[in-house]
Design a protein around this ligand. Structure first.
Ligand SMILES: [Zn+2]
Length: 332
């Protein structure tokens, strides 16, 4: 399953005071720009958080508060899926006496369509991590948890799904900025078995990349020795500017090559395609990039003819405004 045609609307509602609504709204606007599989919508009402849910360690029983509110006549019609967003520490009754014993994310046992995010870890993250970064990261977590059943693991890899026993470990997820090998493997298996659609996974990864400031370029070209140098030039140039760069043969799981390449194209901020030799795989990948609408930069060895169908590629709206002739001149 490549994609679910219908865009999924996820409602976000604030639970308790303390969150800047403009900042939340701006972040959700950005989240909707970064990907198209989900539309995050901020509910304009703030749900009240009563002091009766406050625990001795300063946390709040957010699960209990959510359960009670969402059963009430006033709020039981809030659309699902629903994310409750709160600035208070997310505590639990069983650990009410333990200082600092807080969650920061949970799906509600009472209603699996409801999840709760606490923004409290922001207080211990470095100042450069803003609500926007944190929230984009947690939206990515929510999507992968909700639709791909990824779960938190005790092993600490700097992965999005590190359990983060100590809240300061959350910074590690920002620093590393990618899923661990095991989470990647699980995702690939679920994509292969059509347990999750590729575009939803890609949407989550795009949100995650945006959260950690990662820009990603995917390079498609024939795997020929003489083009290795071209790839190295692209890779070095972009890496110096802080980009991550990958080529199709660096993607693992060779049996899933088409799906994986499509995933890489969807999550990329830029696709560079070398048309040298008129390789059919490269044209296929150029076509996929055009359909998705990501930025695309075309190259070809000097002297080779640019195929008719993509000669006017530079005229596509939203593409890099680089005349094709000026980017075809890598002499190899
Ligand atoms: Zn992981």
């Amino acid at each position: 399953m490549i994609h679910d045609c219908q865009q999924k609307v996820i409602t976000v509602v604030r639970l308790g005071q303390g969150l800047n609504s403009a900042e939340v709204d701006n972040t959700l606007f950005l989240a909707n720009q970064v990907q198209r599989s989900f539309h995050f919508e901020l509910h304009n009402e703030v749900l009240p958080l009563a002091d009766t849910y406050k625990l001795p360690n300063g946390g709040y029983e957010l699960c209990e508060a959510a359960k009670s509110l969402l059963r009430s006549r006033k709020y039981n019609k809030l659309p699902r899926p629903l994310i409750l967003l709160s600035s208070v520490p997310f505590g639990e009754y069983e650990h009410a006496q333990e200082p600092g014993w807080f969650f920061f994310y949970s799906q509600d046992d009472y209603d699996p369509q409801v999840s709760i995010i606490s923004t409290q870890p922001l207080e211990i993250l470095p100042k450069m991590r803003t609500l926007q970064h944190y929230l984009l990261m947690m939206l990515a977590t929510d999507i992968l948890s909700r639709y791909a059943d990824l779960v938190y693991h005790q092993e600490m890899h700097g992965c999005l799904f590190d359990y983060c026993d100590e809240l300061k470990d959350a910074e590690n997820c920002f620093r590393v900025g990618r899923l661990c090998d095991e989470c990647e493997r699980q995702l690939q298996n679920k994509i292969r078995r059509s347990q999750v659609s590729l575009d939803r996974v890609a949407a989550a990864i795009r949100l995650f990349n945006r959260a950690v400031g990662r820009k990603y370029c995917f390079v498609v070209m024939p795997f020929r020795d003489e083009l290795q140098e071209v790839y190295e030039i692209i890779r070095q140039s972009l890496m110096e500017l802080g980009w991550d760069v990958k080529r199709a043969d660096e993607v693992t799981f060779p049996r899933l090559i088409t799906n994986l390449i499509l995933k890489e194209i969807i999550i990329s901020d830029l696709v560079v395609a070398d048309l040298t030799g008129h390789n059919p795989n490269v044209f296929f990948e150029v076509g996929m990039t055009q359909v998705i609408g990501n930025d695309l930069l075309l190259m070809i060895t000097q002297g080779e003819e640019i195929p008719f169908d993509i000669k006017n590629e530079r005229n596509y709206p939203g593409r890099l405004k680089v005349p094709m002739q000026s980017v075809t001149l890598l002499n190899v």
